[in-house]
Design a protein around this ligand. Structure first.
Ligand code: PRP
Ligand code: URA
Length: 209
């Protein structure tokens, strides 16, 4: 079974409070989502392999460590996942970015795929699927399934807020996927929104209704 890691660092929790606040406008909301994504990236990349390198400091020769060149792919689930990409790329600028368009039908809450463009070598990459919200888990499950069908072997899921129902759904269908979240909230309401959550992540990021 994949792990569920709740990243309760004080900076993340503080920023999440402002993200949740309905009085936070789109500009600040976007900036905060990017910042929290960056902080989550710090933890999700903790097990990246290192190799020994030799360099010369201004003082002497030194044996130090560098990333061993593990290939990473970042896969935002459109639209709201886009809001997290900038923060992730600040820490891992060499990552390739693929996009999966999935929206949740508001009546049935079922995921509908409308776009998919991923790096051709996803089978060799460590993939980080990103979406601020893990509600029923339908969108994440469908996206992970599409990636596996295209050869993906190694997938982690990074979200800001998850409902217990969403975590359970992903663990049931994709037990190989580790989940990293900033918070696990109480429940889903009758419209499939996370309670207390932050509302509609895509609308708040892009100023739509
Ligand atoms: C939101 C969110 C997730 C999905 C979560 O996207 O960004 O992708 O809902 O819900 P689920 O876990 O029940 O599938 P939405 O469908 O609103 O699309 P958008 O990002 O284009 O606004
Ligand atoms: N999608 C969102 O944007 N917010 C929720 O609370 C649930 C799904």
């Amino acid at each position: 079974m994949g792990i569920v890691k709740v990243l309760d660092h004080p900076l993340i929790q503080h920023k999440l409070t402002f993200i949740r606040d309905k009085n936070t406008g789109s500009k600040e909301f976007r900036e905060l989502v990017e910042e929290v994504a960056l902080l989550l990236t710090y933890e999700i990349t903790r097990d990246l392999p290192l190799e020994d390198v030799e360099i010369e400091t201004p003082v002497c020769k030194a044996k130090t460590k560098a990333l061993s060149g593990k290939k990473i792919g970042v896969i935002p689930i459109l639209r709201a996942g886009l809001g997290m990409v900038g923060g992730i790329l600040k820490l891992i600028p060499a990552a390739k970015v693929g996009h999966i368009g999935v929206y949740r039908d508001p009546e049935t809450l079922q995921p509908v795929e409308y776009y998919c463009k991923t790096p051709t070598d996803i089978a060799e990459r460590d993939l980080i699927v990103v979406d601020p919200m893990l509600a029923t888990g339908g969108s994440a499950n469908a996206s992970i399934k599409f990636l596996k069908e295209r050869g993906a072997q190694n997938i982690k899921l990074m979200c800001l807020i998850a409902a217990p129902e969403g975590i359970e759904a992903v663990q049931k269908v994709h037990p190989d996927v580790d989940i990293y979240v900033a918070a696990v909230d109480e429940k889903l309401n009758e419209h499939g929104y996370i309670v207390p959550g932050l509302g509609d992540a895509g609308d708040r990021l892009f100023g739509t209704k």
